[in-house]
Ligand binder design. Structure first.
Ligand code: GRF
Length: 200
């Protein structure tokens, strides 16, 4: 199974997927390409270090979103992509990509959806004052962080937490549930029925 990962930055979730393919936890899968909308994303260096093709697609090189997304589609097609992973990719995917890869695009979000969608989820979590935080792997639909939920994990919000300490506690769980979700996908064990995803 061929995986493409879309990134914009640090790429620690990309690294957790790479590590779990290399150590055999995720079987029968390979990351064929890592695509970034930022030329200086550290995630591109991580890809290269593991023999994965890094591709920078510069949004400003295209007149409109359609041209940019055509290029992404071209790269996904070139590597016979079966599964697209968003890992800190900071753009909303257009409907053509989502339509073509329906229920084959996953994202990781640092909150327990449907709470705290969008940017700065950890800050939203702290500001709201909830006592339980967490992360969510979900399939990507046309909305922002609205698609069917695959896996979630919670962590406590502790007295004295700031954005960094909470983000770090959540990230540790992100690095566990994203590989778990990818493994389930690769093993064909996820069944999507409307909003509900079952593990078989
Ligand atoms: C993670 O917190 C992820 O949940 C969010 O963006 C961050 C990406 O971090 N979507 P990294 O680039 O994977 O290190």
């Amino acid at each position: 199974l061929n995986i493409a990962v879309l990134v914009s930055g640090r790429g620690s979730n990309l690294q957790s997927i790479i590590d779990n393919i290399e150590n055999g936890y995720i079987p029968n899968a390979a990351i064929k390409v890592v695509i970034s909308d930022k030329g200086d994303a550290y995630a591109l260096e991580r890809a290269e270090a593991h023999g994965i093709v890094p591709v920078f697609v510069d949004p400003s090189a295209f007149g409109d979103k359609k041209g940019y997304e055509d290029k992404i589609l071209e790269v996904l097609g070139k590597y016979d992509t079966n599964l697209v992973l968003l890992a800190g990719y900071m753009r909303i995917l257009g409907s053509r990509i989502i339509g073509k890869y329906r229920n084959s695009i996953m994202n990781i979000h640092p909150a327990l959806l449907p709470s705290f969608m969008g940017l700065h989820a950890q800050k939203q979590t702290l500001d709201y004052g909830v006592k339980v935080a967490g992360c969510t792997v979900h399939f990507v639909d046309e909305g922002m962080d609205t698609g069917p939920i695959v896996l979630q994990r919670c962590v406590p919000v502790l007295e004295g937490d700031d954005e960094d300490s909470l983000a770090e506690r959540i990230l540790e769980q992100e690095h566990k549930i994203y590989p778990e979700a990818v493994k389930l996908f690769v093993e064909n064990r996820l069944v999507v029925d409307g909003r509900r995803v079952s593990v078989i």
